[in-house]
Design a protein around this ligand. Structure first.
Ligand code: BGC
Length: 290
């Protein structure tokens, strides 16, 4: 299928038309700046502008930098806080006037690597994709099947959220050399290895392009490799996801979204929200710092 893949990030919104059978880009990649503040309406407007620059595609998929559960954004670490509890599939579908499928950005990158990259040869066991950019994103595949919406960039390391400690944004913010940053990132990978025992760790996002600069600081027994699709992974994976959903006859979550959000909020209100607040606070605080 020919699908438009879009990767929504904290600083740029990138898209290209993709042949989802081969992973090949059929158009040039176009990047528009993420509007600031990146509110739902503003981002939807930029997506409309981006989509209008392409033609002849049958489906649209979007990678989004947050937990996307049943088409609803539930977190917002590196994007405007007003995204929390926004029915993102509904908003984008209504804005573009055609079905738009949305998934977590790291999950999209993982799908690209499992379909066309290094992960293609590793369909048994556990493969982790870690995207290192403004945030730290994660995707886990067990025997080739994605367990969606893992948020392993939010593990605590050195009394800090891992994403604050060793994302590419942290490296730039603290002006760390590759050696120093590499040591930090190695600690993060050691933690992942200890907790999940993966068979392979694939690195995506901005820092995957510079792998040779910190490679020797990585000392885990799990093989660690940069993504073959590098930072096109998010675009390709989003297109593959959209093609899969539409070929399966599925539709974006439009009708059920508001009802689902209402139910979730009611359920949260019935529970002791202390722990929940603490956790979502740790996600929220990152956007405050950026
Ligand atoms: C978000 C994840 C996202 C990652 C990469 C994190 O801050 O919580 O959902 O995948 O950034 O964008």
């Amino acid at each position: 299928m020919i699908a438009l893949g879009v990767d929504i990030g904290g600083s740029g919104i990138k898209g290209a038309v993709v042949n989802t059978e081969t992973g090949e880009l059929l158009s040039e990649k176009i990047r528009l700046a993420t509007p600031q503040p990146a509110t739902p309406e503003a981002v939807a407007g930029t997506l409309r502008e981006l989509a209008s620059k392409f033609s002849d595609y049958e489906a649209i998929g979007c990678g989004f930098p947050a937990t996307v559960h049943h088409g609803i954004a539930f977190t917002a670490a590196n994007i405007d806080q007003t995204w929390i509890n926004t029915p993102v599939e509904k908003l984008f579908t209504e804005t573009l006037g055609r079905p738009v499928f949305v998934l977590n950005d790291a999950d999209a990158a993982g799908i690209a690597e499992m379909t066309f990259g290094i992960g293609k040869e590793q369909k048994n066991g556990i493969v982790m994709m870690i995207t290192v950019g403004t945030g730290l994103g994660s995707a886990i595949f067990v025997n080739g099947v994605l367990m969606p919406n893992t948020e392993l960039g939010h593990l605590i390391l050195s009394d800090d959220i891992a994403e604050h400690y060793c994302s590419d944004a942290a490296r730039q913010r603290e002006d760390l050399g590759w050696n120093k940053w590499g040591k930090r990132f190695n600690r993060y990978l050691q933690r992942l290895q200890f907790l999940f025992n993966p068979d392979l760790i694939i690195l995506g996002g901005g820092a995957s392009k510079s792998f040779v600069k910190y490679q020797e600081k990585i000392r885990v027994r799990t093989p660690v490799v940069p993504a073959r699709t590098l930072n096109l992974a998010g675009i390709i994976g989003a297109a593959v996801y959209a093609a899969g959903q539409s070929q399966a006859g599925l539709a974006p979550n439009i009708e059920g979204a508001e009802e689902y959000i209402k139910k979730m909020l009611e359920a949260e209100a019935r529970h002791d929200r202390k722990e929940h607040k603490k956790l979502s606070g740790s996600l929220k605080s990152e956007a405050d710092d950026d």
